[in-house]
Design a protein around this ligand. Structure first.
Ligand SMILES: Nc1ncnc2c1ncn2[C@@H]1O[C@H](COP(=O)(O)OP(=O)(O)OP(=O)(O)O)[C@@H](O)[C@H]1O
Length: 255
């Protein structure tokens, strides 16, 4: 499996606290990799460094063989990476369709001058954004709500909307920060189905998640953090039998 993402020796210190310590791993093309660990283990800090929201104290990340560390955040979409956040980042006063189209525009070349003069480029981009948005809305089954204001949706539907926005420009790597948090069992299963469907079409995922049943069901490989360090890496079966992981995190009831 060819390497899509390479994380090399990432470390982050906040004053005296080492939140992430010398973490390395890869994500292969078409692979689903989960990062798990107790609260405060460093998962979000690691995610933020990979997605260029935070500069590492040490270490680097490569995407498709090119250095990702140091890139500007808007560049990520052009490189083929998207991410969601623990706290939803959708526009409550815009419709579902407008929210998802905004996700598509991140990648399209539309700029303010083109938009103001309605140059042909913007009309073409609008059309592309609309078509991409419809595909993404269809995937998550929000067609009937696409003209509703996002703020009117339930939390579960808002999470589906955020997911649709993250995948709208068909990124190669989709980074999800706790995609199942706050979802009921039905919504969790639906979200898992979207992830599996996109994987079957070639997308790769890196996700942080606390719901272990989902992690074990979805992940090809799991990275386990504890106190900022990687204490294990392996398949779901290997991780469930790993004594260090059981002691630090999983506990006996999950295994
Ligand atoms: N901006 C910051 N300044 C100082 N310390 C921070 C900062 N961000 C994170 N930390 C510390 O780094 C450590 C790792 O935090 P992080 O949020 O990455 O953990 P996490 O595994 O994502 O936790 P959770 O599962 O609760 O989301 C914690 O000790 C946290 O207090």
């Amino acid at each position: 499996m060819s390497k899509l993402l390479e994380v090399r020796g990432l470390t982050k210190r906040f004053g005296g606290v080492t939140a992430v310590s010398d973490i390395s791993y890869d994500v292969g093309a078409g692979e689903i990799v989960a990062v798990i660990g107790p609260n405060g283990a460093g998962k979000t800090t690691l995610f933020n460094m990979i997605s260029c929201f935070l500069s590492p104290t040490n270490g680097e990340v490569y995407f498709k063989g090119n250095k990702l560390t140091g890139q500007k955040i808007p560049q990520l979409a052009h490189l083929g990476i998207s991410r969601t956040f623990q706290n939803l980042q959708i526009f409550h006063n815009l419709t579902v369709l407008e929210n998802v189209m905004m996700g598509a525009h991140v990648k399209l070349k539309t700029n303010v001058v083109n938009a103001a003069f309605r140059l042909p480029r913007i009309l073409k981009d609008e059309r592309i954004a609309y078509d991409l948005a419809l595909d993404a809305i269809h995937l998550v089954g929000l067609e009937e709500l696409m003209f509703e204001q996002a703020g009117q949706l339930s939390y579960g539907l808002q999470k589906q909307l955020e997911f649709a926005r993250a995948i709208v420009y068909k990124p190669d790597l989709i980074m999800l920060d706790e995609p199942m948090a706050g979802l009921n069992d039905y919504e969790t299963n639906r979200m898992a189905d979207y992830i599996k469907k996109l994987k079957s079409e070639g997308s790769s995922f890196l996700f942080v998640e606390h719901k272990m049943a989902t992690v074990m069901e979805l992940a090809d490989r799991i990275i386990v953090l504890d106190f900022g360090k990687k204490i294990a890496e392996g398949t779901p079966d290997e991780i469930q039998q790993n004594a260090k992981v059981i002691a630090a995190y999983l506990g006996e009831e999950v295994v």
